[in-house]
Write a protein that binds this ligand. Sequence first.
Ligand SMILES: [Zn+2]
Ligand SMILES: [Zn+2]
Ligand SMILES: [Zn+2]
Length: 155
Amino acid sequence: MPKRTETTMADLLRKRSLKVTRLRLAMLAILQKAKDPVGAPEIFKAAKSAGANYVTVYRAINAMEKSGIIRRVNLRHNHNDYELQNEKDHHHLICKTCGKVEEFETCPSAEFAKRILAQSKSFASIDDHALEFFGQCKGCAKKIRSKSPHVSKSR
Ligand SMILES: [Zn+2]
Ligand SMILES: [Zn+2]
Ligand SMILES: [Zn+2]
C-alpha cells in the first residue's frame, strides 16, 4: 500500500467536498503519525499553536467526522479520541489505570451483526460497530499487585 502523503490527504478532503485548509491537513497529519487514537485536547493544542482558534478546530473535527474521514473512539478517557477512518477494521484494548491503548484486528462482528439483525424487529441494516475492551495492562497489573498488602481470607 502506498504511504499516504499530504496530497492524498488533500484529495481525501476534496473527494468529500470539504475545504482543504492548512489546519485540516495539519490535523490529519497528526492522526496519521500517531499510532494510537489522538485525544481531542492534544489536537486542539497542536491546532492552537498553529494559530487556529477553538471554533475553527471544532468545526473541522465535526466536518471530518461527519464525512467519515476520521472516526471518534470512546476510550473512556474523559475526552473524545480520534483516528483516521481509512484504517482496517480494528478494535482497542484500553488500560483502565494508565490509559494505554493497544489495537487488535480480530473482529467477530460481521457474524455477530448478522445474528443481532436477525433478532431485531425494527432494524433494516447494521453498517458500523464500536467494540472496545477495558482492563489492566501488564505494567499496571504488576504495580497493583505489589502495592496491595497480602490479604488473607480469614480474619
Ligand atoms: Zn484504532
Ligand atoms: Zn496500565
Ligand atoms: Zn470490527
